[in-house]
Design a protein around this ligand. Structure first.
Ligand SMILES: Nc1nc2c(ncn2[C@@H]2O[C@H](COP(=O)(O)OP(=O)(O)OP(=O)(O)O)[C@@H](O)[C@H]2O)c(=O)[nH]1
Ligand SMILES: [Mg+2]
Length: 191
């Protein structure tokens, strides 16, 4: 599958304000700064489509992007990362509620949980997995920032994610386009 076009649709603070799109949708989950927004830009080859930053906490709303391909179109939902400590407890709780509503009620094909190849799987990654499993929300994992670690470490991490989460896990790096085809082939099988 090849991407033909990608466009921003809308930013929404909650599920209620997300338009009904009737397209297969994927929600991007993961710790703040893991590379969710960068993933959208790398995949679509548009460096400024999703807002990215060195500073965690860049994405603050549900941002929907429509991706047109030579097969079917699909939607990527860029979401704020979890584990961003600088926002107030009140703001964190409020976002947590909005995120849960969105994940529970929005008809998603799958969630995609991003894991940073440089770090161990974190407590909040495990909690998110448990919550997804409990609520029977499908998920696969993407190991990002693979350019920072050795091939051997990537292989080990992928095996660990598959074993601990029981999910499919794909390799990714924004620094090398070779991973894009694998991700698109995987998405193509789901839509
Ligand atoms: N070397 C390298 N850097 C990456 C990769 N992916 C993302 N980055 C960098 O990591 C930083 C954070 O990326 P974002 O895409 O903004 O992260 P995010 O997950 O969207 O973060 P929030 O919006 O805060 O949840 C940016 O400086 C990116 O350039 C990667 O695969 N390799
Ligand atoms: Mg982001």
């Amino acid at each position: 599958m090849k991407i033909k076009n990608a466009k921003f649709i809308i930013s929404s603070p909650n599920l209620k304000l997300c338009p009904e799109l009737n397209l297969p949708e994927f929600a991007l989950l993961g710790r703040s700064n893991v590379g969710k927004s960068t993933f959208i830009n790398t995949l679509t080859n548009q460096s400024k489509l999703a807002k990215t930053s060195n500073t965690p906490g860049k994405t603050r709303l549900i941002n929907l992007f429509e991706i047109t391909t030579d097969k079917k179109p699909f939607v990527l939902a860029d979401l704020p990362g979890y584990g961003y400590a600088k926002v107030s407890k009140k703001e964190q709780d409020s976002w947590q509620k909005n995120l849960e509503q969105y994940l529970l009620k929005r008809p998603l094909i799958s969630t995609i949980q991003f894991i940073d190849a440089r770090h161990d799987i974190q407590k909040n990654d495990i909690l998110m997995q448990e919550w997804l499993k409990f609520n029977k929300i499908p998920c696969f994992n993407i190991l990002t920032k693979c350019d920072y670690v050795s091939k051997n470490d990537v292989t080990k991490k992928i095996a660990q994610i598959k074993k601990e989460f029981g999910n499919d896990a794909l390799t990714f790096s924004s620094k090398n386009k070779i991973y894009v085809d694998g991700v698109l082939a995987y998405i193509s099988n789901l839509i």
